[in-house]
Design a protein around this ligand. Structure first.
Ligand SMILES: Nc1ncnc2c1ncn2[C@@H]1O[C@H](COP(=O)(O)OP(=O)(O)OP(=O)(O)O)[C@@H](O)[C@H]1O
Length: 270
């Protein structure tokens, strides 16, 4: 898997500091305060889970991190570079990839082509340049295909490589969605409910692939997930939100046992 390896920590610009630092994040929609002074950090290689009942602000955090929403207040720094005000494509270019709850795959394209599209922002040779610089374009193509093959191998997607994404079984499509994000060679991966709608066996498979991806690629991840078992099994640290405010942060056990967290979940009927 060397070709898809994450950059060394020094490439983040802060060898010893956090990879991601979020402070005082505040986001309002008219009269609704979706996020109110949210702050957390993610260390290189760390898996941070963000939990909270429905409407707590988890998706809003992701949408701020990848540039879909612009917060009214606060800072977001990746390796010391501010992400605020940058377009989603620019943030992807800086190494932030996201998986989507409702799958971000093109249903007509084969799994391999979906993964190749995940690498689009890494491609230096455009179509015309490709015609003029055939040798370089060809080399680039070979490199990109090799990187995609590494992801296919890591996630054991070989049997589905030519299958149109729209025809993949649900669990495999979620894995392909993870593959699309990994093919971007991110420094930080945002996982939006990767096991939503999965049965127990599919959930266990996904957990195994996430552990494998972390071990092989060493990349940092933020996991938004309602499945508490997965959170407890995978997370290094957990941040709990309720009504847009951080109500607890710490190890999975600390956060699970925090009375404010228990109350937030009981209050929402979960
Ligand atoms: N585009 C929007 N316009 C108006 N209000 C919004 C918008 N997006 C989110 N909100 C509001 O912000 C708050 C936080 O929503 P968000 O989707 O971030 O919560 P969540 O924790 O992801 O919830 P869920 O677990 O149900 O996905 C909610 O009150 C929601 O109604």
């Amino acid at each position: 898997m060397e070709r898809v390896s994450a950059p060394a920590p020094a490439a983040s610009g802060q060898a010893s500091g956090p990879l991601l630092a979020v402070a005082d994040l505040t986001l309002r929609f008219g009269g609704v305060t979706a996020l109110d002074g949210v702050g957390f950090t993610v260390a290189p290689g760390e898996l941070l889970a963000v939990i909270g009942p429905n409407g707590a602000g988890k998706t809003s955090v992701f949408n701020c991190l990848n540039g879909v929403y612009r917060p009214q207040r606060g800072t977001i720094e990746l390796g010391g570079q501010s992400l605020i005000g940058r377009a989603p494509a620019a943030i992807a270019g800086l190494g932030v990839a996201r998986t989507f709850q409702n799958l971000g795959l093109f249903p007509q394209l084969s799994l391999v082509d979906n993964l190749m599209l995940g690498r689009h922002h890494l491609m230096r040779t455009g179509f015309l340049a490709g015609m003029a610089w055939w040798g370089r374009a060809k080399r680039e193509e070979i490199e990109h295909r090799a990187a995609v093959e590494d992801v296919i191998e890591l996630l054991e997607l070989e049997p589905y490589r030519r299958t149109p994404a729209g025809l993949l079984p649900y669990g495999v499509a979620k894995r392909a969605e993870l593959g699309r994000a990994l093919a971007m060679e991110p420094r930080l991966l945002l996982l939006d409910e990767p096991v939503a709608g999965m049965n127990v066996e599919e959930t266990e498979d996904m957990a195994r692939y996430l552990v494998q991806a972390r071990r092989e690629l060493g990349l940092a991840m933020i996991l938004v997930e309602h499945d508490m078992r997965l959170v407890m099994d995978l997370a290094d640290r957990v941040v709990a939100l309720d009504f847009g405010v951080v109500i607890a942060a710490g190890t999975p056990d600390e956060v699970r046992d925090d009375p404010r967290v228990v109350e937030a979940y009981l209050g929402c009927g979960a």
